[in-house]
Ligand binder design. Structure first.
Ligand SMILES: [Zn+2]
Length: 160
């Protein structure tokens, strides 16, 4: 199981804690990218809007960046449930190798969905490094299992 976990870097999750407040419409932001990545960025934005809607992330602002990540990492997400904000970085070279890049987006969005309980679990682990590592792997495994479930609709063309 753990061998499949390669999607995300380990990032501090201390800021994940907190009860969401406020209300906003889902908003996807993206920084300018090199022209060669413009089409991929547009696709990732469309996937984020579509699956973000399905997952009930209507109140979130999700910022998308395309940047290189170490090794074969596809993407990484940092979520702040308290303020409904998330930042997802996609590695364009690695995402380009994926047959179903929309599942990479889904994976990252599922991290946002589970961010609050992930942060809470991480806090319960306290200073126990082994427990913290286990929490990290369990959420990574859960999110990846969910991302590859056959239940998800494929992205509609009109969202591109
Ligand atoms: Zn992940």
């Amino acid at each position: 199981m753990l061998g499949r976990v390669r999607h995300c870097l380990l990032l501090p999750v201390a800021i994940l804690l907190g009860v969401p407040t406020g209300a906003r419409a889902q908003h996807v932001q993206a920084a300018p990218v090199e022209p060669k990545y413009a089409a991929m960025q547009a696709e990732l934005i469309a996937y984020t809007r579509y699956y973000g809607g399905l997952l009930g992330l209507g109140q979130w602002t999700i910022e998308i960046r395309l940047d290189s990540l170490p090794g074969d990492f596809l993407a990484n997400t940092l979520s702040q449930p308290k303020i409904y904000q998330a930042l997802t970085i996609f590695d364009p070279e690695n995402v380009a190798q994926e047959r179903e890049p929309w599942r990479v987006v889904l994976h990252e969005l599922l991290h946002i969905v589970t961010a609050q309980i992930h942060g809470f679990s991480f806090r319960l682990a306290g200073d126990d490094d082994q427990a913290r590592t286990l929490v990290q792997y369990m959420f990574e495994d859960l999110v990846q299992r969910m991302a590859i479930w056959p239940v998800w609709p494929k992205p509609p063309k009109e969202n591109k």
